[in-house]
Design a protein around this ligand. Structure first.
Ligand code: SF4
Length: 734
């Protein structure tokens, strides 16, 4: 058979690159850049190490290809192969047993990047199970806080809304060159046109090298910095008076509230000079339209909720909302049925919703916040989008251990690796080991999978159709819809998440609730209003680039309780939070804890992206790993010299929670008091059985990070990944 070339969109990271998938005799030959894809990215798709390794990934000998059942004690890495039918039967039976003994809420779900399988399907399964509204993953520190806060304050999220008409771009804890190639290209183009660029980051990134001004702040003080900018914009009268008067709620309260954040006071907190702060505020307010692109760093802070709130207040004050080149509010797709409409995630009874772990504590992302937001969205947009509510991961793992407020005895994990991606690894380990049932569905035998009772093989994005519903937020997809065909026939026994939930559902009496026989048929149902089937849609539409229009609020108002941009948030007020943001000193800093800082004098920030890896993935792919073989700790040359550390030395990174090792790399683009450790590291080449667990205790920085709910951000539940105190010293013998 001759070689076929199929158009697709790569979802191995958030690059969203158009690709051509070459297939011959049902086998993947290669995946390459699609020259006709309208969205240009930088660095180019063809240079992406992951895409180049597509075939290596797909046919990797260590990929999980068949359902496996534990054949010895947990953690002994002994497995026996089973059929899917046996796996579904056994797992369904064990779920039923747990439900009968402890209630449906005793089984919960954790999910990772998911490669675009639809989030609400899990809610469909669990709501029908009469079960748990508890889902936890990295959502408290990735995407959910920023989109939810936008929904609360302006009634919709503008998804990375920098564009050709932007006159000012603010990168707030973001480095698109590593994390969002599409934005990196837009920023490069914009710079050539003279667009102003402000970079707010403790580290001198490559984007910072292009910036008009780089605000090198002390880690964890972003909120104070933004409040200082708000102060300058108000006090110097730089705000959009007409927009504020007509379309903002709570200006007077805000003005009064920020009085204490003078640039001079903010300088003491952030270490950014008052002159630089004033300059940045003037650049941002004076070059409209402007857009702020926030990175996950904003969400991984003890001030996460307040940072994001202040970021949207800035956008509101400057009238940068729903204008071309500003924060463009795309809204949900007008025709396609969103996955939230299929499964709104609110089918749980009020009693069951109330059982969502920590929903009384971290209320914005829980069902409580989502209910308010959903009602507002529907009034203006006619429908809702976004991820259904999430629970608080750190609280959930503690509940597993304590049984309070109720027992959790079963966990289903999909495309997620909590032993690496969740802080306080020792606690996660104890929690997973204590379960009655742990099911992992993944591509690889990860450190987390090693602790499971069942490990089930997953279809990659190449092996299944996709109707990409990215919460209706992506301006490039108009409403976040892009359709991708199945490009490579499924091999071995990989299954979609849809099949997994449906098959379990059928065995647990949910037959009426799963009318579609497969994912394709489910997508056909979502596309029904377009008159196209998924197979037709992928080749006729593929992805949409229509503009939704601007200043829509003049007709409809904003999708908030007041119909305005809420500088003073009535949503937060209703949830019993302060309606205006304030800065709080991180609990682990030289300022808040000088005694601890004497023993641990360096500030550890973690989580900066690399070109090679996507969070905890790709460590087993040789061609990728050979480019970046070891975990790296950035350390300032002066600090390294004082500690007798040279480039390439293995060093211990120790906090009061323990120590792990990474390799030192000298970097003078940050204050000497800071070190930056890579996240997501494990070593697939080391044995899977305990005590090794693929090196998870050795190089995984989350071993030394704290996520005690008491120190998490009270609004979003974020755990601090940027402000741990540590010491660093050379590994003498290992
Ligand atoms: S940057 Fe690479 S991995 Fe990410 S979407 Fe593009 S091709 Fe795929």
């Amino acid at each position: 058979m001759s070689e076929e070339v199929k158009k697709a969109v790569c979802v191995w990271c958030k690059g969203e690159c158009g690709v051509l998938v070459h297939v011959k005799d049902g086998r993947l030959i290669k995946a390459v850049e699609d020259p006709d894809w309208p969205r240009k990215v930088y660095p180019r798709t063809r240079a992406c190490p992951r895409l180049k390794a597509a075939k290596e990934w797909f046919y990797h000998p260590e990929r999980v290809n068949f359902p496996l059942k534990r054949a010895a004690e947990r953690g002994e890495n002994k497995w026996q192969r089973m059929s899917w039918t046996e796996a579904f039967d056994e797992i369904a039976e064990r779920i039923q047993k747990i439900k009968d003994a402890f209630g449906g809420e005793a089984i919960v779900h954790t999910q990772g990047t998911s490669y675009r399988e639809e989030y609400p399907l899990r809610a469909r399964f669990f709501s029908q199970l009469g079960g748990s509204p508890t889902y936890a993953g990295a959502s408290n520190i990735c995407f959910m806080p920023r989109s939810t806060m936008a929904n609360a304050i302006v009634g919709m999220f503008s998804h990375y809304s920098v564009g050709p008409k932007s006159k000012c771009i603010v990168l707030l804890g973001a480095e698109p060159l590593n994390a969002r190639p599409i934005n990196a290209q837009v920023i490069r183009d914009a710079k050539k046109r003279g667009t102003k660029l402000i970079v707010i980051d403790p580290r001198f990134t490559r984007s910072a090298s292009l910036a008009d001004t780089w605000l090198q702040l002390r880690p964890g003080t972003d909120c104070a910095l933004l409040l200082g900018m708000i102060y300058v914009i108000i006090e110097e009268g730089l705000y959009d008076k007409d927009f504020v008067e007509k379309w903002c709620h709570g200006f007077d309260q805000l003005r009064k509230h920020v009085k204490r954040y003078t640039p001079e006071e903010v300088e003491k907190i952030t270490l950014v000079s008052s002159e630089k702060l004033r300059e940045a505020a003037r650049i941002y307010a004076g070059n409209r339209p402007g857009a702020i692109l926030e990175g996950v760093a904003t969400e991984q802070s003890q001030n996460a909720g307040e940072i994001l709130q202040a970021r949207w207040i800035l956008a509101g004050l400057t009238g940068n909302i729903d204008v071309e080149g500003g924060e463009e509010l795309t809204g949900p797709h007008p025709t396609i049925i969103s996955c939230r409409e299929v499964e709104p995630g609110i089918r749980f009874s009020p009693e069951q919703q109330g059982k969502q772990i920590a929903s009384d504590r971290f209320r914005l992302l829980s069902w409580q916040g989502q209910r308010i937001i959903t009602e507002n969205m529907k009034k203006v947009w006619g429908k809702t989008t976004g991820v259904p509510s999430v629970s608080h991961g750190p609280s959930m793992y503690r509940t597993i251990l304590t049984g309070k407020p109720y027992p959790i005895r079963g966990v289903i994990t999909m495309a997620s690796n909590p032993m690496v991606t969740q802080p306080d690894t020792k606690l996660i380990y104890k929690a997973l080991k204590s379960l009655d049932l742990y099911v992992v569905k993944d591509f690889w035998m990860t450190p987390s999978a090693q602790l499971a009772d069942y490990v089930l093989p997953s279809s990659s994005w190449l092996e299944r159709p996709i109707l990409w519903d990215f919460c209706g937020y992506d301006r490039y997809m108009v409403s976040g819809e892009a359709a991708v065909p199945q490009t490579v026939p499924g091999e071995y026994e990989h299954k979609t998440d849809f099949d997994f939930w449906r098959e379990l559902g059928l065995r647990l009496g949910q037959g009426d609730y799963w009318p579609w026989k497969d994912l394709e048929e489910y997508y056909d149902a979502r596309l029904a209003p377009t008159g196209l089937k998924h197979k037709e849609y992928v080749y006729t539409v593929r992805c949409e680039h229509k503009k939704p229009g601007y200043k829509k609020y003049e007709r409809t108002g904003f999708a908030t309780p007041t119909g305005k941009v809420e500088l003073y948030s009535t949503v937060l007020e209703k949830l019993d939070y302060p309606p205006l943001p304030s800065f709080k000193e991180p609990t682990e800093s030289k300022v808040s804890n000088p005694d601890l800082a004497r023993e641990y004098p360096l500030t550890l920030i973690t989580g900066g992206r690399t070109r090679e890896f996507y969070h905890s993935e790709w460590r087993q792919i040789d061609s990728v790993r050979s480019r970046h073989p070891d975990p790296l700790l950035q350390i300032h040359p002066e600090t390294a010299a004082a500690l007798d550390i040279s480039e390439g030395d293995w060093v211990w990174i120790e906090t009061r929670r323990g120590r792990v090792r990474q390799k030192a790399t000298l970097f003078d683009g940050m204050d000497p008091s800071i070190v930056h450790a890579e996240h997501g590291w494990w070593l697939p080449e080391l044995p899977g059985e305990e005590p090794w667990l693929h090196g998870v205790w050795e190089v995984n920085i989350n071993v030394v990070i704290d996520d005690n709910p008491d120190i998490c951000n009270s609004i979003t539940g974020a755990w601090p990944l940027k402000t741990a105190l540590c010491k660093v010293y050379k590994v003498k013998k290992y």
